[in-house]
Design a binder for this molecule. Sequence first.
Ligand code: ISL
Ligand code: CA
Length: 531
Amino acid sequence: MKLWQKGIVYQIYPRSFKDSNGDGIGDLKGIISKLDYVKNLGIDIIWLSPVYLSPNNDNGYDVADYYKINPEFGTMADMDALIKKANELGLKIIMDLVINHTSTEHWWFKEALKGKDNPYRNYYHWRDKKNNWGGFFGGTTWEKAGDQYYLHLFDKTQADLNLSNPKVIEEVKNIMTFWLDKGIYGFRCDVINIIYKNSLENGKRRLVLTGLEHYHSTKRNHEILQELRRDVLNNYVETFAVGETVLVSPKQAYDLMAPDRKELDLVISFEHMDVDHINNKWFKVKFKPKKMMKALTKWQELLPWNCLYFENHDQPRSLSRFGCTEKYRLESAKMLATILLTLRGTPFIYQGQEIGMTNGDFKSLSEFMDTETHNIEKVGRKLLIPRPILKKMLFRTSRDNARTPMQWNATTGFTTGTPWLKENQNKSFINVEDALQDDNSILNFYKRLISFRKSSHILTKGIFRVISMKNDVYIYEREHNNQILRIFANMSKKEKKIHNRREPLLSNYQDFEPNKLRPYEAYIVEVRYGF
Ligand code: ISL
Ligand code: CA
């Protein structure tokens, strides 16, 4: 087994993790100061969201220079120190690789703006007129610059790179090599299945993302990934390339990660994140556990290995979506943790998830910093969505829900200054300092689960088999070498009848009652057939 299969990944969103100098913005020195914490949790791999030079219109996903560190985060020397200290602790680092687009502040783009015959013009996509494509952040995907328009599938300050230009591919290879030579373990590749555009013609009309068929999972996209593996990743002993995808089926995901195709190692898919909305994430509906179980089961059955996650910097907090933030906060957070760490695949934990952080307690739209949230607000206003409804949509779904500062303690744990994004006031009782001292905390439960998983061949290697998805109760097994663990998870706040008399090996309740699951109760039992 590779390290990325045995290990646990922890995602750090640098801006919100730990501020070391009181300017209200998390930074690299802050991260260094918390590496011991991450290590003690039982983590093996850190995924660092972008730290490159950036004007921060999309918090670093708009890269202005791939070879420079954003000064708000520190210096290249700090980055070297982070890699060194992490490696000393046995922690690997993967960095975000954002190659679908650059910031319009990137010097390539500034050169491109100089005119049609500039050598960098062809680094981007240009048209004389807009087409009918729809963007990920709402609205058109074309912005005028001079007498032409450039393509941006995301914010207008994120210009799509033209990967049909071999020079751009060379640039990507150089960037990857530069960072791998510094001792990182690999990359989380941003929106990696939409990087190659077959054509810039009008698309078939769709409710969202018109034009998708021209750039989604193209053949050439696969070839590019094969080329990056062959010419870059293969030069190193072991690397890890995990790709974030957009709208993939299990088959499309498998084609990106199948070992014999030599593209990515692992794919981040979204179906289980789409279970509490209709059409798109802004239209939330009541969460039905069955939908989640079905989505998880489907991917467990169809892919040999999954990226297991309930949260990241783009998703509202899982506790606020799929659990209970009040009466059963501890139980439901631990129940979700139990599922996360007992399925087959590589678990990803997003900063703060391990202490049960919840959605932000935003009171007004002006408190949001996220460009997507503001773009969608504009779209909503144009569509004449009544203000109270629009507000509700944004409060519930804004990506800023996941980006509020990490709650290290009840007071100035994140920063001694003014945080760049409003802190959640529940830091008074949801914070690392308190959680470390409380044996019953979500944090200590995560630690127990992580060490349980790592010492169990059944959980790391075993096959997955679903037993039941009825009545809000998820029951499945993992099996390896004829040894079986059965996992029970009550995903609701109602007590449920089940069949089980065996004492659990690990449970989110202190005691055990046979043949029932109390609200959000979840546990692991050992099964012996034929005895
Ligand atoms: O927010 C989303 C998921 O609910 C998606 O629409 C998201 O924009 C998409 O998954 C792509 O995300 C990635 O690329 C974006 C960046 O804004 C996100 O933070 C990043 O994770 C553009 O680089
Ligand atoms: Ca700082």
